[in-house]
Design a protein around this ligand. Structure first.
Ligand code: ASP
Ligand code: MG
Length: 419
C-alpha cells in the first residue's frame, strides 16, 4: 500500500513536532510512504520578508537571515547531539545559497528572486526531517522535488507539466518506496533550466496531491494542528464543528472561497484519480479527522469563511454607457494579467465591483491597467464573509451594526463584504 503524508509548518515548528513525525510513521509500519514537508513554522513568511528587504535594498537583510538560521540551528541542536552530524553542513550550505544571492544586486525580477530564495525553507526543513528519521530507524531517501515536479517558468505560481512530472515520479520514485521511505519538499518545483519555482503560498498540499497521482497512491493524509476540516477557523471562533466526511466538490468549493485548511489546487488531481484525502490532527493521530471522497453525504452545518484585508474595487464606464460583455472581458483580462482573483463580483448597469485580497506589489499595476478604460474607486481594509449552506439568522449576527458594502447569495452560498 502506497500513501502520501504531508506535514505542514505547524507540525514541524519545533524539535518535539519533528519527533512526532517519527511517532506517526511508527503507527502504520506496513505502509509505503512518501512524506512531503513544508518549511518549518513561519519560515516562509520570514523568507518573504527577506526577499522584500533585499529587493527594496534595505539594510536589515542579514539580520533577517540570521534570525531564520538561528531558529533552524536551535531545532537541529535539540534533535542531533553529535555536532559532527552531516545535518549541520547540509543546512549551512543551503543558507549559503541565499547569501550568494544577497551579495549581488537585485537585478532579476521579483518573482524569480522570490522563488530562488523562498524555496530554501523547504529544502532545509526536508533535510532536517530526513536526517532525523534516518537516525531514528526510519530509513529514507531525501528527494529533491525540483527534479520531479516540473513547471514552466511562471515564478511564484509555477504551472505543472503533468506528463513529465508523473513520468519522473513513477519511474524514479516508485521503485524506491519498495524498501525505503521518501522525504521530499512541498511547495517547490523546477524548470527545465533547473531554476527553482514555487507553486503558490500554502502549496505543499498541492505537491502532496501531485506526488500521489504520480505514484498511484491509495490515499493522501494532510497532518494539521486542527482535528480535521472545521466549519470555521478555530482561531476566530469558539464552537467549531468538524466535518467527518466531505465530497471533493464541497471541499473544492470551501477552499475556493478561502478556507485555508487545504490548498485549493489539491482536490482536483485527487478527484480525477479517485484518491481519498484525509485531514487529521497531528497531535492525536489515532483520531479519524475528515475524509474527503466522492461521497454524496450532505453538509448541513454552515461553513463560515472569513477573509480580512480585502479591497473592494468599483469600476464605472467613463461615459455612462452600460457595462457590456466587452467591458467585462477587458476587465477580467486586466485581473488575469496580474494574476489577481476576484473573490466576489457584482455587475450593475454602469458599474462592476470586485473584491480582492490586498497585495501591494500587484495592486498598483492592476489599478493602472483598469484606469485606462474605466473610472476606478476602491475601499481598503474590508472583510469578506462567505457562508456555505448559510443560515440567515447566523449571517445577520455577523452583519449586525456593520456597513454592508456588497452582498450576494445563491441557494447554497452567501457572501457579504463588510466595513
Ligand atoms: N511553506 C509554504 C508556505 O508557507 C508552503 C506550505 O506551507 O504549504 O506557504
Ligand atoms: Mg499549510
Amino acid at each position: 500500500m502506497i500513501e502520501v503524508y504531508k506535514f505542514g509548518g505547524a507540525s514541524s515548528k519545533d524539535a518535539e513536532g519533528i519527533r512526532n513525525i517519527g511517532h506517526i510513521l511508527s503507527l502504520r509500519p506496513e505502509v509505503q510512504l512518501l512524506i512531503v514537508v513544508s518549511a518549518i513554522g513561519k519560515t516562509t513568511n520570514a523568507l518573504e520578508e527577506l526577499v522584500n528587504a533585499y529587493v527594496d535594498r534595505k539594510e536589515n537583510t542579514q539580520d533577517i537571515l540570521d534570525a531564520i538560521k538561528l531558529y533552524h540551528e536551535n531545532i537541529i541542536h535539540d534533535l542531533f547531539e553529535d555536532v559532527s552530524h552531516p545535518i549541520y553542513d547540509d543546512v549551512a550550505n543551503a543558507f549559503v545559497e541565499i547569501e550568494w544571492i544577497l551579495e549581488e544586486e537585485p537585478y532579476d525580477t521579483y518573482d524569480y528572486l522570490y522563488d530562488q530564495i523562498v524555496s530554501v525553507g523547504e529544502l532545509v526543513s526536508s533535510k532536517i526531517v530526513s536526517h532525523y528519521l534516518n537516525s531514528s530507524g526510519f530509513s529514507n531517501k531525501w528527494a529533491d522535488a525540483r527534479s520531479y515536479i516540473q513547471t514552466d517558468n511562471t515564478y511564484r505560481r509555477g504551472k505543472v507539466d503533468w506528463e513529465k512530472t508523473s513520468d519522473r515520479i513513477r519511474e524514479q520514485l516508485l521503485p524506491v518506496l519498495a524498501d525505503q521511505y521518501i522525504v521530499t519538499q512541498g511547495f517547490i518545483g523546477g524548470t527545465s533550466e533547473n531554476f527553482s519555482t514555487t507553486l503558490g503560498r500554502e502549496g505543499s498540499d498541492y505537491s502532496a496531491a501531485i506526488f500521489a497521482t504520480g505514484l498511484g497512491a491509495q490515499a493522501v493524509t494532510i497532518w494539521k494542528d486542527v482535528p480535521g476540516v472545521l466549519n470555521a477557523d478555530p482561531k476566530l471562533f469558539a464552537n467549531t464543528k468538524k466535518y467527518d466526511e466531505l465530497s471533493y466538490r464541497e471541499a473544492i468549493e470551501m477552499t475556493y472561497y478561502g478556507a485555508t485548511v487545504i490548498h485549493p489546487k489539491t482536490i482536483k488531481p485527487l478527484q480525477n484519480h479517485q484518491i481519498p484525502l484525509y485531514v487529521k490532527p497531528f497531535t492525536s493521530p489515532e483520531e479519524s479527522g475528515t475524509c474527503i471522497t466522492n461521497t454524496d453525504v450532505k453538509v448541513t452545518e454552515p461553513a463560515v469563511i472569513i477573509k480580512n484585508d480585502q479591497i473592494l474595487i468599483s469600476l464605472t464606464t467613463k461615459d455612462l454607457s452600460f457595462i457590456t460583455e466587452e467591458h467585462i472581458s477587458t476587465i477580467y483580462k486586466s485581473f488575469a494579467d496580474v494574476a489577481i482573483k476576484m473573490n466576489v463580483v457584482q455587475v450593475s448597469a454602469t458599474s462592476l465591483s470586485g473584491c480582492i485580497d490586498s497585495d501591494q506589489r500587484t495592486f498598483s499595476s492592476l489599478i493602472k491597467r483598469l484606469e485606462q478604460g474605466f473610472g476606478v474607486k476602491y475601499n481598503e481594509g474590508l472583510q469578506l464573509i462567505t457562508m456555505r449552506h448559510y443560515d440567515r439568522e447566523l449571517l445577520n449576527e455577523f452583519t449586525k451594526g456593520r456597513t454592508i458594502m456588497l452582498e450576494q447569495s445563491s441557494r447554497v452560498t452567501a457572501q457579504v463584504v463588510l466595513k
